[in-house]
Design a protein around this ligand. Structure first.
Ligand code: ADP
Ligand code: MG
Length: 546
């Protein structure tokens, strides 16, 4: 499309506001223009935090000689035309405001050459007006140089931070675009130093290696999930790799870098319980969906998007991340442990040495409730119910993640009466119960026949167990929490009770299985499964040490 000035009715619909807040905003607009022009190589240079100089060079389509001045008119764009185009924006730019805005707050030089033109066009603009126009040679593409940003705007200059900080913003911005466009070669030089160089070979992992280092790149897990409306693709960190800030969460929507608390929440929720408090994952995720499904005309800097259906986006991101986390091998590899990421614990695990259990020798059972065992580090008192809960909780979640829930049909179906609320929960979330192995059939008014249950469930009051489960599901919560709720409830119902005496073989089996869990030291509710009295403590208590 040739560059045209937008009609007033279109302009009136464009989110108004300032696009140039700081040097990084200039870089952003120029890089977006280069990407929209189909560039495969983009070089960025800045000096003095971008205040002295910013230069962006690309090998994109270039601007035809006839259109170069027009490009500096407010609301002049080649990217949209009619009002309806605003509903299906497929380019990064569309407002026709960047070049004129930059030209009002800085001196600008442009040298550009389009395919059909014999020579390139050079313009020099000051205070928004063209001061010089020349024909100059250059290969196809565009170079925009911005000098003395905000020189005549002291109030704006005062708002800027130190050159180091502004450089940091520029570096981060370019890193984000590099991650969003692995097929483009990016090059960033700040005050003469090469800061970033990406290969442009289309490999996101290679870009990650440049941005976050080889070690991170090697460990990242691939995300590739799609449903009818959107697809999510990218790389995420395994639960063993985390950072102490949210600065490593990168989201792109149709490859536009966006700040989205919704997507950030979805990603962090996928790691719920897998990371220590205060730790955050590394996430690089692009959501692709039809432009009609989103609105990018929310904010002048175009860093926010509104999803037509934000819940779908949330669920898609959370699910697709969770899927790979569950498949990823657990951090410590133990023989006999199913490939399963550790379930959440309310009690922060302080380090690997506190997580896994040493080999224990069973001494006996206390009060039909506690198992007494000896390890290299002293005495262990283990709560048999809590320990068994932990074992079953991990087992059911592991079976669930592999879609291999073991089911037992009941010889005699059990009749269950439900309260209206319980029935409501069953109607809305019953499918999930089905996925865990429950088969409930309507049988009259608020009455159901239970025909099958997960195989691990004990005989006993199954009706009560199902009602308790429905009650625990009643609270609105995140979908991931619901699965945990069910697993917790099942584990609690099926575990050996306190007061149940166990024979030596049963005790040994329990301890062996506990040793194989990912978090043997806490029950699914986060309470401890054991108390440890170290040899040192014992010695102290007996007055053997000074
Ligand atoms: P917008 O990107 O919203 O259209 P801009 O002010 O950023 O508005 O740019 C105005 C127009 O100038 C663009 O629509 C495009 O046609 C042209 N343009 C700007 N930068 C480039 C570039 N690097 N390569 C090719 N064309 C460009
Ligand atoms: Mg633009």
């Amino acid at each position: 499309m040739p560059i045209k000035i937008l009609a007033r009715e279109v302009v009136s619909k464009i989110a108004a506001g300032e696009v140039v807040e700081r040097p990084a905003s200039v870089v952003k607009e120029l890089v977006e223009n280069a990407l929209d022009a189909g560039a495969t190589q983009i070089a960025v240079e800045a000096q003095g935090g971008g205040v002295s100089l910013i230069r962006v060079t690309d090998n994109g389509s270039g601007i035809p000689a006839t259109d170069v001045e027009l490009a500096f008119h407010r609301y002049a764009t080649s990217k949209i035309d009619a009002l309806t185009d605003l509903e299906k924006i497929s380019t990064l730019g569309f407002r026709g405001e960047a070049l004129p805005s930059i030209a009002t707050v800085a001196e600008v030089e442009i040298l550009t050459k389009a395919d059909g033109d014999a020579a390139g066009t050079y313009l020099y603009l000051k205070n928004g007006s063209v001061m010089k126009r020349e024909k100059r040679s250059r290969p196809q593409g565009t170079t925009v140089t911005v000098h003395h940003l905000f020189r005549n705007f002291p109030a704006r200059l005062k708002f800027l931070k130190s050159p180091t900080t502004e450089n940091g913003h520029i570096a981060n911005l370019l890193s984000q675009y590099a991650l969003a466009f692995p097929e483009v070669k990016f090059n960033l030089v700040l005050d003469g130093r090469l800061i970033l160089k990406t290969p442009g070979n289309g490999s996101l992992r290679d870009c990650v290696a440049e941005v976050y280092g080889l070690e991170v790149a090697r460990q990242m897990l691939e995300i590739d999930g799609a449903d009818q409306i959107l697809s999510a693709a990218g790389l995420v960190s395994p639960s063993s790799l985390a950072r102490s800030s949210r600065g490593y969460l990168s989201f792109f929507v149709n490859r536009r870098w966006v700040r989205s608390s919704l997507l950030a929440r979805a990603a962090e929720d996928a790691y719920h319980g897998l990371l220590m408090t205060g730790k955050h994952p590394i996430v690089i995720l692009n959501i692709s969906l039809s432009p009609q499904e989103i609105d990018v005309n929310v904010h002048p800097t175009k860093t926010e998007v509104k999803f037509r259906n934000s819940q779908t986006a949330y669920v898609a991101v959370q699910k697709s991340i969770k899927k790979v986390l569950v498949k990823a091998p657990p951090p410590e590899i133990k023989t006999g442990t199913p490939s399963f990421t550790p379930p959440p614990s309310l009690w922060t695990v302080k380090g690997a040495e506190t997580t896994s259990l040493p080999i224990l020798r069973v001494v006996g059972q206390l009060a039909s409730n506690y198992i007494m065992a000896e390890g290299p580090e002293g005495l262990y008192l283990i709560d048999q119910h809590a320990a068994h809960e932990r074992i079953l909780f991990e087992k059911i979640l592991s079976q669930r993640s592999q879609q291999k829930i073991e089911i037992q049909g009941l010889l005699e179906p059990v009749n269950i009466e439900l309260s209206p609320k319980q029935e409501e929960v069953l109607k809305t979330k019953g499918e999930l119960l089905g996925e865990f192995g429950f088969n409930l059939e309507p049988f009259g008014v608020r009455s159901y026949l239970l025909r099958a249950v997960p195989a691990m469930m004990k005989e006993g009051n199954l009706a009560e167990a199902v009602r308790t489960l429905l009650d625990s599901l009643a609270a609105e919560g995140e979908p991931s929490k619901r699965e945990e709720n069910i697993a917790q409830s099942l584990a609690c119902h099926s575990a050996v009770k306190a007061g149940q005496s166990l024979n030596a073989e049963e005790i040994r089996e329990l301890i062996k299985q506990l040793e194989q869990t990912n978090q043997p030291r806490t029950c699914p509710h986060g309470r401890p499964t054991m108390i440890h009295l170290s040899s040192h403590q014992l010695d102290k208590e007996f007055g053997r040490t000074g």
